[in-house]
Design a protein around this ligand. Structure first.
Ligand SMILES: Nc1ncnc2c1ncn2[C@@H]1O[C@H](COP(=O)(O)OP(=O)(O)OP(=O)(O)O)[C@@H](O)[C@H]1O
Length: 281
């Protein structure tokens, strides 16, 4: 295991994926005694440094898939491996960014960013110094002493990103991180995320409802079936990097790949809508 305050770097041993879900099934027992299968026989691998986006209809099991990788949930059948080892608890080097950020309202921006390092045993001065570097990287230098309520939604999201990235995760799990932001702020955050990720070597699994967002960001888009989630299709995104997200959306190659993936996703979205109209899970 790496020293708690040191970033974990994955060497990317040839032939071995960083993240592997093999025939993973996750069932939940409900209070009523019924059993709900959220994920079924899901097989997915992610390589070191790869940016994978996962799209699928509402409630299909995308977040549960992330929980299997992060070790927050254990597969009922099949297995999840990170760096070849069975996931049993939170693997080293995992960072998580949720839709609702984990910014603490009673702490300053600087201390919010420093908090993860403090928990890992870094001294206050060193943690704050590192946090300042990351605040600068996310364009928030000068806001050290602000409290979260004094920031815009986009700025708070930047704090949340810095809070996670300051720990230099080698695996970044993102669960609809920008869905609460307005369209313009989202677009800015897309560019920002790509800038921060490029060269970091981190593998990303980015869950979203938004196919456009998935394509502009990812190396590969995974389409999930209507629940229980399993992989319906895996689509490489042949768009060059570095990407200017706003410009990419207008290119013929973007529209081609959008049409191709939407053809696969549309049936699942329709299926989920039909079930919702029938009141079925
Ligand atoms: N801890 C749990 N206990 C019981 N059921 C759960 C639990 N977590 C998830 N589920 C159920 O599993 C299914 C998949 O949920 P999940 O949150 O993974 O879907 P999702 O695709 O991320 O949803 P959304 O698109 O709405 O964010 C849902 O029916 C949900 O109610």
């Amino acid at each position: 295991m790496a020293h708690p305050s040191e970033p974990l770097r994955d060497s990317g041993a040839p032939g071995s994926p960083l993240i592997e879900l093999r025939g993973a099934t996750k069932r939940f027992r409900h209070g009523s005694g019924g059993i709900h299968t959220a994920v079924r026989d899901l097989t997915l691998t992610v390589a070191c440094g790869e940016f994978v986006a996962v799209v699928g209809p509402t409630g299909c099991g995308k977040s549960t898939t992330l929980s299997l990788v992060s070790g927050l949930e254990r597969a009922s059948e099949g297995e999840t491996r990170v760096r070849g080892a069975l996931v049993d608890g939170i693997p080293d080097g995992v960072g998580y960014v949720f839709q609702t950020d984990a910014v603490l309202p009673w702490r300053t921006v600087l201390d919010n960013v420093a908090i993860g390092l403090r928990y890992r045993g870094t001294t206050k001065a060193a943690a704050r110094e590192r946090a300042r570097v990351w605040l600068d990287k996310v364009g928030l230098s000068g806001f050290d002493d602000y409290y979260p309520h004094q920031l815009s939604g986009g700025m708070r999201k930047r704090v949340a990103l810095a809070q996670t990235l300051v720990n230099e995760p080698s695996i970044l799990l993102m669960d609809e991180p920008f869905s609460a932001l307005d369209v313009q702020t989202r677009a800015l955050m897309h560019d920002e995320l790509l800038r921060l990720w490029s060269g970091s070597g981190a593998a990303v699994i980015f869950v979203t409802h938004d196919l456009e967002e998935a394509i502009v960001l990812a190396d590969r888009v995974i389409v999930m079936t209507a629940g229980p989630a399993t992989v319906k299709g895996s689509f490489p995104v042949p768009l060059h990097r570095p990407r200017r997200v706003e410009e990419i959306r207008l290119t013929p190659s973007f529209l081609d790949i959008y049409r191709e993936i939407w053809k696969s996703l549309r049936d699942e979205v329709d299926e989920a809508r039909t079930r919702a109209a029938r009141g079925a899970p």
